[in-house]
Design a binder for this molecule. Structure first.
Ligand code: SF4
Length: 424
């Protein structure tokens, strides 16, 4: 059915999960893996959008001689990137038109949450793109392509979301080879690793702007699945990974996920994960994390300290615990069901500093908070900026270290509570 497929990576950025160079996200690995799982002889070629732009006619020729082009897209977190320029809506339309005689599938966050022009904008719904593509897949790509390969175009299920990682784990192992086709491979490529999906706060709706609770009850990947994938990646030469695809690494393995809005960290399960990774990939030069929910630290300080100590024991220094504080203004916190009040956020910053600011073998502090603030949220006023400034000043006055500060404008995405208020 398929002899050759092209994966065009237009880059992705979600609250959990980054796929702009030097990072490679999960989508290309899952897609390549499910095809390889089915047929080892399929020729699978990976292009980044930057490479396709700079060798356009070669990319078009390569695509025209294929049986299927899969376009991955969706930068739903507002930001600008040094490592690459995400695909634009016009480029998606252009490729869809130029490759009109080839089967094309659009996947990634764009299919689920619309195309975001960046901070300060309302995402564009994809209704107008439907005619250009054979299918737009808002579900998980491995499930869709597996059903396509086994049941054909008519019966393939574009909207199905996984309820476990059985197929994804196999696809991750089989699709790991695709990293060797990435332009940053052998240099500074960082492979984004998924540990769980869905925000535990979904039981109270989650933050007004966020897409993560829309996945429903979180599902957690087993240590075995994660470690086996990293072992394959390590054998392929990967030396930089980030455990970044989850909303809060501290609660990985917590038995309270799905029951409590702010589950208690489970340090034993977290240690099994990190220990296992170190065991199969002892020469990793980067093991970093991403998101940490400051609300977890505020409500479970004792268990959080244990979890932070485990991360520091096994990771590499220079790590960032990205804290989505979003606003220090209590009115904004309440209007948007945010996860943490300002004084709690400050406590979380202090606690991470207490254990993480010690310098490691490479001279960098082990683990520092990264602060994310959003502006444009409902409830915001002039006062919000004064309050935010005061809290940032206090961080400075207390000599607390932070790794970075992101101040972004809100993007209003489909399927979020903010989307329903976009015309108000
Ligand atoms: S805590 Fe808020 S921002 Fe973080 S993943 Fe959950 S809903 Fe999203």
């Amino acid at each position: 059915m398929f002899r050759k497929i092209i994966i065009l990576d237009g880059y992705t950025d979600e609250p959990s999960g980054l796929g702009v160079p030097p990072y490679i996200n999960t989508y290309p690995r899952l897609i390549a893996g499910v095809f390889r799982l089915f047929d080892k002889t399929i020729d699978i070629r990976y292009w980044t959008i930057d490479d396709a732009r700079s060798a356009l006619s070669r990319f078009i020729d390569d695509s025209k001689s294929s049986d299927l082009v899969v376009i991955i897209a969706g930068c739903e977190v507002p930001g600008k990137y040094v490592g690459g320029k995400p695909i634009t809506l016009r480029e998606i339309e252009y490729f869809a038109y130029v490759l009109r005689d080839i089967s094309k599938v659009l996947v990634g966050p764009i299919a689920r949450f619309g195309y975001s022009y960046g901070g300060g904008s309302i995402a564009v719904s994809l209704k107008k793109l439907r005619g250009f593509f054979t299918e737009i897949v808002s579900g998980d790509p491995e499930l869709y392509f597996y059903s396509l390969l086994t049941s054909g175009w008519e019966k393939a299920e574009p909207n199905r979301l996984r309820d476990n990682y059985d197929l994804a784990d196999k696809a991750f192992r089989n699709g790991a080879f695709i990293v060797t086709q990435h332009p940053n491979y052998g240099w500074n490529l960082i492979v984004e690793i998924e540990t769980f999906r869905g925000c535990p706060r979904y039981i109270r709706g989650g933050c007004s702007f966020c897409i993560e609770p829309r996945f429903g009850k979180p599902i957690v990947r087993s240590q075995r699945g994660i470690i086996e994938e990293i072992e394959v990646l390590y054998r392929l030469g990967i030396r930089h990974i980030r455990l970044g695809k989850q909303p809060d690494i501290l609660v990985y393995g917590s038995r309270e996920i799905g029951y409590e809005e702010f589950p208690k960290p489970n340090p034993v399960e977290l240690e099994k994960l990190f220990f296992g990774i170190r065991n199969v990939a002892p020469g990793l030069r980067t093991i970093h994390i991403d998101n940490v929910n400051p609300g977890t630290i505020a409500r479970n300080p004792e268990e959080s300290v244990k979890a932070i100590k485990i991360i520091i024991k096994y990771h590499t220094p220079g790590d960032v615990a990205a804290l989505g504080i979003e606003s220090f203004d209590e009115k904004v916190v309440e209007a948007n069901n945010l996860k943490v009040y300002p004084d709690e956020a400050l406590d979380a910053i202090r606690l991470i500093n207490r254990y993480g600011s010690i310098r490691g073998w490479n001279g960098l502090p082990h683990l520092l908070p990264g602060i994310n603030l959003l502006h444009g949220l409902p409830g915001e006023s002039r006062e919000t900026y004064i309050v935010n400034y005061r809290y940032l000043k206090q961080i400075l006055d207390e000599n607390l270290l932070i790794r970075r500060l992101n101040i972004r404008r809100i993007s209003v995405l489909e399927n979020t509570p903010l989307w329903s208020k976009k015309n108000i």
